[in-house]
Design a protein around this ligand. Sequence first.
Ligand code: PMP
Length: 936
Amino acid sequence: MLSHAPRFDAQAAARVARDLYGLSGTVRSLTSERDQNFLLETSAGERVVLKIANALEDPAMLDAQQRAMTHVGSTLDLAPRVIPTRQGSTLHSVDGHLVWAVSHRPGTPLGLIRHRSPVLLEALGAEIGALTRAFRGFDHPALHRDFYWDLARGRSLVALYRPLLAPDVGATVDVLMDRFDREAAPLLADLPRSAIHGDLNDFNVLVDGDRVTGFVDFGDMVYGYTVGDLAIAAAYAMLDSADPAAVVSQMTRGYLTQCPLSETERAAVFPLAVLRLCTSACVAAHQQRERPDNAYLGVSQAAIRRTLPRLNSARIVSWLATQSFAPVMDLPSREVLDLSVGGSSMDGVRAGIGRWDEPRLIYTAPFFEGRTIHLGIDLFAPPGTPVHAPLRGSVHAMADNAQPQDYGPVVVLAHQTDEGVPFFTLYGHLSRETLGRLTVGQTIERGALIGTLGATEENGQWPPHLHLQLIVDLLGMGTDFPGVGTAAQRDVWRSLSPDPSLLAGLPPSAHEPDKAETLAARQRLVGHNVSIAYADPLKIVRGWKQYLYDDVGRRYLDAYNNVPHVGHAHPRVVQAAAEQMAVLNTNTRYLSDRLTEYAERLVSTLPAPLRVCYIVNSASEANELALRLTRARTGRRDMIVLEAAYHGNTTSLIDLSPYKHLGPGGTGTPSWVHVAPLPDDYRGLYRRADPACGHKYARHVAELVGPHIAGFLAETCPSVGGQIMLPPGYLAEAYQSVRGAGGVCIADEVQTGLGRMGTHFWAFESHGVVPDIVVMGKPLGNGHPLAAVVTTREIADAFDNGMEYFSTFGGNTVSCAVGLAVLDVLRDEQLQQHALTVGNHMLRALRPFIERYPLVGDVRGSGLFLGVELVRDRETLEPAASEATTIVNRMRADGILVGTDGPYHNVIKIRPPMPFDLADADRLVETLDRICADGV
Ligand code: PMP
């Protein structure tokens, strides 16, 4: 039908208005999904809406609309008035489209009003009541139709399109419809029917202040449930309302001043409003799939998605807000504990209150996403503490759920609101003796004893506390209703178990900012080119070994971050930092055994003559110092670097980083920087099949050296370049020609150092060379800002030219203690050997991918520094960049973090913390295998 929408322009509309209606003035197009509407304003100030019907519109339906407007208009001044043509007809055909005109109603669409006062909502209800009355006595054959948007069809439409909904919306809709089927469906047959407007959505209701000024667009009229107009208007009026049930009751109160409702109709208003929003979400999902580009279809959808989960609990929560409760139990402490994923109360729960809707890691869980969202509150108190009913109820169910981490002895009480809406409260971790005293069905008065708190041995092995949960819909689960839900279903669980704090006389549970709030604050406060990984960013709040945990407790295998070298939050590193911090943290101007001990340990990992150490805060600072050392030693300025290299973020290092200065925002290679080809033996100038490959690449360096060259700065395994393994002989020959011309050779070991390559502690060692300067960073401090430069005494002495070298934080006492702890852990946990074992295992498993998947062009690397290069064509090696991004995103969706790199962003980079083990390797390989097999 949509494709038959008329396509008149404003000029054509103006012509029609003049010729048919004798009206002239300004013409403006109005938004409409199916028809075309133009607003015409005459010089006399008269406003007319010219309506051009869709070619498929049933003329009988247009007739019904006009008659209904006239009928309603005779007793209620809120409907547009039909305006006849000069010839006196109300419908005219122009170019195959039926044209008609109505008076324009003043006012603002309700949909544009954010604050909807109770006065306005009551007035709206009253005017809808008046509309129902005004419709009385009206009928038209065209309204007895099988109409898509008829509420009577809503339930089957939801069933039809439900599979198209996003999983979280779908889960919410399921619960809402389950309740609809149980509570409302049986009422439908008894609902009176009549001609109704049928679409009082918030853009068809016009208001001015607290007054309703119009109901427009009668095109969705149907002979349907009389109460439908109230229910549909309520559905849209409650969008984004903090208290949707109150919106319905305010509107109903207004309606009743104008028009009576049967008991059945009253009971059906809220469920029909819920049905309407679910129908709208489902139809939108269907339409979006058919026509993904049509934004108009999605106008209300964001608000509907936000509102749907709240509807589960709306009526009960708003009733509870009007009640007062008896004290549940004596609380030894009202301190609010932080048991969240990133919280500080994780170890050793004390007395206090545990929060509702808190993501926690304390429940055993499968690898990626387990049940983390706590659906009740915890009230910690000694065993034996009496527990009382906050409100009157009856014992609905009880059980001794003796499994570890379960409720232990648990009681569910059933309650009802004054309107008879059922709901439940759940009391977990009681004493076994409690169950013996109660019988199912027994009434418990407000304030009466339910039982006592259980001891750890009998309550599911928890520290003694009451788990108190409010449940608006038990879903038939009885005492098996979960107390903890998954993050993916957080909205629906939260809506089924709203915050019970008010039952215990406590303020609502406080929340950390959610991801969207954190992102908004960051956008406001932090520079926008401080980039964020993933289109849907991760909010990571805890790290442990090779794992990262997000704010809702999902566990990610970290196969990307090399900075937490010995593992996130390694206890020995944490302890070293904390202990030193508690004693002293100062700078290199005082003698410190920590500094000398660290320098000694660091240089002992390097061959002679690399014996002099400078300790700094970042690899950028280290490379910057390496540049100064080089220039001091040679008295020259120019440098040779590799194509696609990155060495740091300072001004000089951007000059030395073609990856940056030739990339977006860069200003090109400066004259003092000379770029040698990246010795990429997979896609570069010379390939690995050529035995002279290393030599040929080294020749390019030889061509660049000369009396102006101070030095050669290169990673010994270019990382940003795409996890490149330098071809044999390359580095030795390049160093030789640089030194031959009096230059200094700098090895940037920032990515590759400290045993990551498995075979050696430093990557340069595998090339049989000894650099003049080694730059180290990232992994040195396991995340603490620690970097270093080690060089020869000769170069250090050349730099010692009278000017003091001082880095305020560089080599501070805490940094040195941290650095020492990292070296200790590396040694004691034999992580270099571990990297070799796991890396070889992974290479063995990944190499066959080259045969198996045309997309996988190359697998390379050493230890825990691997790259998987993706290509679209084995001949041209066309980089498969978007495929690499897709894979990285899919890996993330499966709980594995990897990245892309290389000049073409087509190399998947695997560079995990060193504790990454064989099982992690298998998980990564299997996941990548599955994604490749599924097709990218
Ligand atoms: N050199 C290399 C090879 C790097 O990868 C990086 C950081 N990615 C740096 C230097 C700069 O390190 P930082 O950000 O610690 O200054």
